[in-house]
Design a protein around this ligand. Sequence first.
Ligand code: UDP
Ligand code: MG
Length: 340
Amino acid sequence: MSTTDRRSIGDILISVVIPCYNEEDVLEELYRRVEEAAAGWGADFEVLTVDDGSTDATWDILSGFASRNSRWKALRLSRNFGHQTALWAGLCNAEGGVVAVLDADLQDPPEVVPKLLEKWSEGFDTVYAIRTKRKEGPLKKAAYLAYYRVLACMSEVDIPLDTGDFCVMDRRVVDALTSISEPDPFIRGLRAWLGFKQIGVAYERHQRAAGEVKYTFAKLIRLGMNGIISFSTRPLRLATYFGFFVSLLAFLGAVFTLVQRVFASSFVALGLAPAPGFATIVIAILFLGGVQLVCLGILGEYVARVYESVKGRPQYVLSETRGMQPTRVLDIDTNQKNVA
Ligand code: UDP
Ligand code: MG
């Protein structure tokens, strides 16, 4: 790309979207670090914080930022909807020509954003950050490593390995993304599915700056399942293949038992006399029962998603805003207090 084709950062507003859930310990440092880093971006910026139904002082602190500094805006969801939905709410209300997505705990350092913006200037629409070193426990690291590889095998979309939500996106990507209506969006997957010009930039992921991790084990499992189920029907096919395989084994077992009965005397000579076989029967029944339940469970996951979509509920509900008016529907209007 020639220099004349470069997009100019100076001409645009950069929105920084940050979902926060019980992050009172880290918010002051977040404010300081984002303000310091953004001063060097050479562009106008707004910071859109989303309180995902926190039960600590998060909302009071975020409201304080909004009254202290007109660049800081705060959205409050009516309850804890989960990280992906909180992020979605932020994306729906961001007004910038470029939108950057960060975690509140500073694991996605605001100081890395210029590296991502540089690629946007070169003409890339989505610039996602790739985690090179993770400063997390060995078990969590191994689980993430395995998960992203399983996801890559299962998914019908090429979701880049070892990427989270940390990225910058051009306005047209954000518009396309927020026009998709999925009850439980898996944003890094949808971002990949959308296409446009995408590129990854490596960065080192540090430990959270303060506070405890807010993704509980159950929330992580849900996110992981969602990633696979939303982007692949392969588990359904796997269930079918597995069913065929087990049926084949059962058929071979039946043939063997029949032959053993008919030619009992030869089998006795071989030391394989037909035995009452209680254990064999119990194992076979339990095994087949287990396989059937797994397959039913997989089917259930897909049916649940169809059910969620058919209900057509809004993805999130807003209860309050500070420093801004919500730009999209699906929100409780701050003045009228009803669902728009
Ligand atoms: N988060 C959220 N809602 C939740 C859980 C987490 O908005 O229900 C936010 C949290 O405040 C943080 C980000 O999601 O900004 C990532 O969470 P965390 O650092 O706990 O998880 P990690 O990705 O580091 O495992
Ligand atoms: Mg974190």
